[in-house]
Design a protein. Structure first.
Length: 239
């Protein structure tokens, strides 16, 4: 991510945002706004809820990455910064000397953080008055964070589960190169399957499924480009 804007630091770690995410913020806000029942409140109130929702989604991505950061720091791994971009974010950290169990813990911390955020948002939705669609927006974000947590546990690069798979294979005696190739292959299969499934569903009449095609191709491309000869790859997630 070459072009980023720094938003300050959290616990000494820089938080940067890519230009693509800044473009997506109003798009996400418009999407949330369109999904709010016009009868849920005034135009201004619904606009505030939509804007809040887009910012909370941004904060959710950062929370996921800070889960990785916290786990890395507990094990003495240096962290440079967190970058949020179009489809998620990544954490820049020095993982070259990390042991397999450290890799596993750092990777697992992101989905755990997203799961905690999902529970917090779901609880907040239960006690929040239905003003301007705020409760519905919180429920939606809870579902999104829960989905991010579950999706990232799939054992395939470039997802967190792929790194967990790789670490587990290395601990069981596989070489880092062989373990990386297995996780990389799983990621390529996953990306191809998502893209093909989305295309197939769209041809069957589900137009909304077409959005899965670029997502699948992105996963396929990232998995294909992954260097399985390195000990560890940068921690990267998508939503």
């Amino acid at each position: 991510m070459k072009r980023t804007i720094s938003f300050g630091t959290v616990g000494g770690v820089e938080i940067a945002v890519g230009g693509s995410w800044l473009i997506m913020l109003p798009v996400v806000a418009l999407g949330v706004f369109a999904g709010i029942d016009p009868g849920a409140g005034s135009l201004f109130g619904r606009a505030v809820v939509a804007g809040t929702g887009s910012l909370l989604l941004w904060a959710s991505v950062i929370a996921h990455e800070l889960g990785h950061v916290a786990a890395a720091r507990r094990q003495g791994i240096a962290v440079k910064r967190v970058v949020v971009f179009l489809l998620g974010g990544y954490s820049e950290m020095d993982l070259d000397a990390a042991r397999p169990e450290q890799e596993w813990r750092v990777a697992a911390a992101g989905p755990i953080a997203s799961g905690v955020v999902a529970l917090v948002l779901a609880t907040a939705a239960l006690i929040t008055p239905a003003s301007g669609g705020l409760d519905g927006m919180l429920r939606l974000l809870a579902v999104v964070n829960g989905g991010v947590a579950i999706f990232n546990l799939i054992p395939a690069f470039p997802l967190d589960g792929g790194r967990m798979l790789r670490a587990s294979l290395v601990r069981r005696g596989r070489s880092p190169v062989a373990a990386g190739r297995i996780a990389k292959g799983a990621g390529m299969a996953l990306g191809f399957g998502i893209a093909l499934g989305g295309l197939g569903m769209s041809l069957l009449g589900s137009g909304a499924s077409l959005v899965a095609v670029p997502a699948g191709l992105l996963i396929l491309g990232m998995a294909t480009a992954a260097d399985s000869t390195t000990h560890l790859l940068p921690i990267t997630e998508k939503i």
